[in-house]
Ligand binder design. Sequence first.
Ligand code: GDD
Ligand code: MN
Length: 375
Amino acid sequence: MDLNPQVSDMQVCFVLPTYNEEGNIKEIIQDILAVEVDLGGPVFSILVVDDNSKDRTQEIVRGIILDNNAISLITGDKQGLGDAYKRGIRFALDNLNPDIIFQMDSDGQHDAALIPHFLEELNTGKDVVIGSRFIEGGETPDFSKRRLLISRIGNFMVRYVGGVSHLRDCTSGFRAIRTSFLENCDFNFLSTKGYSFQSSLICDLVWRGAVASEIPIIFNSRKDGDSKLSFEDQLEFLFNIPRLGFRNMEDFIKYSIVGLSGVILNLGIYTLLTRYFEFSELLAPIISIESALISNFMLNNIWTFGKRSSVSRTRVKFLKFHLVSGFAAIINYLVFLVLLLSFGVYDILANLIGIALAAAVNYLINSNWTWKNSK
Ligand code: GDD
Ligand code: MN
């Protein structure tokens, strides 16, 4: 394959986490090195991050290092996949001087033959390329129904709560990342230790302006051994979701301030109309509510989501904003009714919960639909 000269000059580092991969590690290293020979351009290095495997993984890697100084090994105690990646990426940045870092599993589930496609895609101006199981052409032939469902639900949550809805596979472990975006990554912020590191990292990169795209991969079955994904990993993943939402909070805080200004405007206009201009209590709210909606829309459009490059025209967003507000009002009302009538919750508390839920739904839909970022 002919690569663009820009790619040909690159230093590419593969960070391979391993835990008990004696049956796979040699083959994956050979596969990667074979691609380097085929490409004849970019210089590859491989960093194995082994967490004191109980099997012969380290011994095998040390044997390969003897004949090839482009391969390195760091070790540590097993703290989880995310922790291993953090240490590995830090080490690679400090010692191996890469332009691009690949994340890749060491168990043969990721096909090394796809590496050139990642490099080509990066070369079209991307900062992150994800090997995606969930775009057209991507597959997970060996996933059980249960694992597929978990993966789907997990991805759905990350995409919409983390503000990266344009990406389909946020938990994939096969990615190429420009190191310029990793250098100023605050790994302490990505406080996860396990598999949820993958989703935290992709959100962090995109929030800091990385242009990410996906290419399809077929997530083959493991060559040898079993998956290390544990129940604790899945729990951590769940607890991490609100944190992703929270880190993505700047927009939400702005949105809430705008919402509050709307409430004040709504009440102010209502008071003015009914007390000074003798409007009826039936007509006044229509004017005050619509004024607040218009003001909220304009402030959100200019301020809250001002930096986003939206696909829709302003008048379409305006219409969507109204629809979402109506939908949120219905949710508010339904939650209020259910809590009050079925659970006997105190009416003001019931309304407060209804308002909170409606506000969250309102924000999430507006953020991901009305002002969906096209980048
Ligand atoms: N150093 C280190 N420490 N390596 C680990 C650890 C750890 O605690 N846990 C797992 N690994 C290594 C494994 O040896 C393997 O090379 C790679 O990380 C992926 O682990 P698997 O156990 O094979 O993960 P999986 O196949 O179930 O999960 C895949 O899909 C997930 C999303 O569905 C991976 O691609 C994950 O990265 C991905 O998040
Ligand atoms: Mn695996």
